[in-house]
Write a protein that binds this ligand. Structure first.
Ligand SMILES: Cc1ncc(C[n+]2csc(CCOP(=O)(O)OP(=O)(O)O)c2C)c(N)n1
Ligand SMILES: [Mg+2]
Length: 363
């Protein structure tokens, strides 16, 4: 099956279901898959639901803060919550994650304070959290570079995130060769959200992305990226394989970017509303809610409590963002490298002279 048969020309709305691992239908019905048995208690499902709702709210708040001029930019995870929470909750404490710039849900699973995610986008720091403490590297905007970092980290690494667009980068393909040949303990987690800014998937590949893995010599699997259960089960198994010396796996989480690429993007210029509407029916949160309600696993009080918690967190985020101290301008050169770097010193001196020139003028 080619991608063309999965989806038509850019802008067409007919989205056939490709072959993928799914454990929870968009209607909230549990289905079994022979390779991915998953046993979750009602409490486990409620916890996943809470994660999904909270990260959507964090994201919504960050978009609003950008609109209010508090952040310079934000890359929204809207629609990709299940891919991130499912895979994020499959991680163990010792795994190391190499994220792109959209992995706010995974950051949540790695106990990174959501407020810390905002620092980079407010321009007050270069990242804001300690990667070693959280097993979660700093966001990297350069697409495809995560694969190099992750594969280089090889024997320590078990996790790596990237997007469909990044698969066209040379770095990604080179890292596949290295990971395969050295049997590195790594899971390549590609969130195929169908778009690389305004470029549709058709411009990245002629075959489904997960099938590329075969050519490099390791397994590839496509999972319903809007199904948190399937993402959890598939990632767990791939991590287990990595840990037990069975080498890399490519997971293609088939999902959809419901929002704009970032807050500076306007998707109405390159895609039809109908496509977004079709994906709304596969909302990752609604299906878990439907499952909980259908099975009588949660009552109205639970849903209200989760809403309240998300609201409270959003409030803290708003207040926390506005009260983040502005850094001393020259400090931005201090933490670029672990050790002092001559080029940074030179740039810092130039910038200091530039800042001083304003004081001269004022005299
Ligand atoms: C090496 C490099 N080239 C170009 C860019 C500009 N750029 C930023 S995001 C992006 C698209 C990435 O698409 P994808 O990998 O599908 O990830 P998504 O944004 O959809 O999560 C591009 C081309 C970049 N950041 N890095
Ligand atoms: Mg993409």
């Amino acid at each position: 099956m080619t991608i063309d048969s999965v989806r038509g020309a850019p802008g067409t709305t007919e989205l056939a279901e490709p072959e993928l691992v799914r454990l929870l239908t968009p209607e909230g019905e549990r289905v079994e898959h022979p390779d991915y048995p998953l046993d979750l208690s009602a409490e486990d499902v409620r916890d996943l639901y809470r994660d999904l709702v909270v990260v959507r709210r964090i994201d919504l708040e960050a978009v609003a803060l950008t609109r209010q001029g508090e952040l310079g930019l934000w890359a929204s995870l809207l629609g990709q919550e299940a891919a991130q929470i499912g895979s994020g909750r499959a991680l163990s404490e010792h795994d190391m994650v190499f994220p792109t710039y959209r992995e706010h849900g995974v950051a949540w699973c790695r106990d990174v304070d959501p407020l810390k995610l905002l620092g980079l986008f407010r321009g007050v720091n270069h990242g804001g959290w300690d990667p070693a403490e959280h097993g979660f590297h700093l966001y990297t905007i350069v697409i495809g570079s995560q694969q190099m970092h992750a594969t280089g980290y090889a024997m320590g690494v078990q996790r790596d995130y990237f997007g469909d667009g990044a698969t066209s980068q040379g770095d990604v393909n080179e890292s596949f060769v290295f990971a395969s040949v050295f049997n590195a303990p790594i899971v390549f987690f590609c969130q195929n959200n169908q778009w690389a800014i305004s470029e549709p998937l058709e411009k990245q590949t002629r075959i489904p992305l997960y099938k590329r893995a075969q050519g490099f010599g390791f397994p590839g699997i496509r999972v319903d990226g809007n199904d948190v259960f399937a993402c959890l089960a598939v990632t767990r198994k791939a991590l287990e394989n990595a840990r037990t010396g069975q080498g890399p796996t490519l997971i293609e989480a088939y999902t959809y970017r419901m929002g704009a690429h970032t807050t500076t993007d306007d998707p109405t210029r390159y895609r039809l509303k109908a496509e977004e509407e079709a994906w709304k029916l596969k909302d990752p949160i609604e299906r878990v809610k439907a499952y909980l309600v259908r099975g009588d696993l949660a009552d109205a009080g639970f849903f209200e409590k989760v809403e309240d918690e998300a609201k409270q967190l959003a409030k803290e985020l708003r207040e926390g963002c506005r009260s983040m101290p502005d850094p001393e301008p020259l400090s931005m050169f201090d933490e670029v490298y672990a050790e002092r770097h001559p080029l940074m010193t030179e740039e810092q001196e130039q910038f200091a002279a530039y800042l001083a020139s304003f004081e001269e003028e004022a005299k």
